[in-house]
Design a protein around this ligand. Structure first.
Ligand code: SAM
Ligand code: SF4
Length: 358
């Protein structure tokens, strides 16, 4: 495995040309297939490691962020997307940190849309998502959105996010996204025992009320405080059983084979759906089709990768599309078969979720 040292020498952004027509949206080769036979179709592109929240399961209160000049510019984010699309990526999710903190978010979405991709999604905490922003992002080419919401109780929401934003504000943002026509609107809820495990049912009811997909996510060892413990993990099976005591659900399987969520509809025909993301207890690594790029331009073939491949450094030193493709291919070839959370040998990556891009 080739490891490219993580050094960025230059902050010059002018060396990167607008994506060449030969690269734009064109499948340059057989696509990206890792050494376990999985085809890479999904790119998770982080736009910043900054955040206006400090969620207890994600970010320490005293987290320090990278200097702005270390982060991908809009042009660089579009260029990396372009090369990945050329290699067969079909769906791009923009994330962070909090991607709505980027003033050029609509510009990035429009740039990626212009290249040509099947699907552009955004993951956000929703705190800044008002009508104007939802409209701008949709018009720029955003297809769908995932808003994170771990509690519907205002007091608890403030404690969980260590912010002064209320749960009501985020619920309003979910309504705004839905009314704007972003489709589907999904809601991510990370459930942590002793923090919000008593809200599984209220959150499931909110999915019905709002007609959105509520996705319950198992807590993963990716928090910057390294406070994750097995005991704090609420297995998806336990959450599902709890919901089924109240609501009859119909298993409609996964949206796609590579989708991490097992999805259920309400048997009484009520709108909204329930998704279970059992990343820890029932890993879906065998069907993973993802590649990640951090906000400072490092490729990570897996959330739990211990190695990274720098693309931003070479780009800033003038690397062209074919050189970037080679780096991407090397990273993909090294994609791990799966995470080792359950094993004694598990090593938590140095980067927390907020710096990788969840
Ligand atoms: N700031 C945005 C947000 O919160 O939606 C996007 C970035 S955040 C890192 C992406 C997703 O990762 C969120 O849904 C968040 O709840 C989830 N997440 C963060 N830390 C996690 C952890 N330790 N285990 C599981 N999910 C986590
Ligand atoms: Fe910020 Fe999202 Fe992490 Fe919460 S989960 S601290 S909103 S990056």
């Amino acid at each position: 495995m080739m490891f490219i040292p993580l050094t960025i020498e230059s902050t010059c952004t002018d060396v990167i040309p607008t994506p060449a027509p030969s690269v734009r949206g064109k499948n340059l080769d057989a696509g990206l297939i890792d050494s376990h036979g999985r085809q890479i179709r999904d790119l998770r592109l982080s736009l910043t490691d900054r955040c206006n929240f400090r969620c207890v399961y994600c970010m320490d209160p005293d987290t320090r962020f990278r200097p702005k000049e270390d982060l991908l510019t809009a042009r660089e984010a579009i260029e990396i997307s372009s090369v990945c699309i050329g290699l067969g990526v079909r769906r791009i999710r923009l994330t962070g940190g909090e991607p709505t903190l980027r003033p050029d978010l609509a510009e990035i979405i429009a740039g990626i849309r212009h290249i040509g991709v099947d699907d552009i999604a955004l993951t956000t905490n929703g705190a800044l998502l008002d009508r104007g922003m939802a409209q701008r992002l949709h018009e720029a080419g955003l297809d769908r959105i995932t808003v994170s919401l771990d509690s519907i109780r205002n007091d608890r929401f403030e404690t969980l996010t260590r912010s002064s934003t209320s749960a009501g504000t985020v619920i309003d943002a979910i309504r705004i996204a839905r009314d704007e026509g972003l489709d589907p609107v999904r809601v991510n809820a990370v459930v942590v025992r002793g923090f919000n495990d008593d809200e599984v049912l209220p959150l499931a009811s909110l999915a019905r009320e709002l007609g959105v997909d509520m996705r319950f996510i198992e807590y993963m060892p990716l928090d910057s405080a390294r406070a994750w413990e097995k005991e704090k993990l609420v297995p998806a099976a336990e959450m599902l059983e709890l919901i089924q005591q109240e609501h009859r659900l119909v298993d409609i399987a996964r949206d796609r084979t590579s989708s991490p969520a097992r999805v259920f509809e309400f048997a009484d025909g009520s709108p909204g759906r329930i998704g279970m993301i059992a990343s820890v207890t029932e890993p879906f690594c065998g069907a993973c089709s993802r590649l990640r790029v951090t906000a400072d331009g490092k490729l990570r073939p897996c959330l739990f990768s211990l190695a990274e491949w720098d693309v931003l450094g070479p780009m800033r030193q003038g690397a062209g599309a074919s050189e970037i493709q080679s780096i991407i291919r090397r990273a993909v070839a090294a994609k791990e078969a799966g995470h080792q959370i359950a094993s004694e040998q598990f090593v938590q990556p140095a980067r927390p979720m907020s710096s990788i891009g969840g």
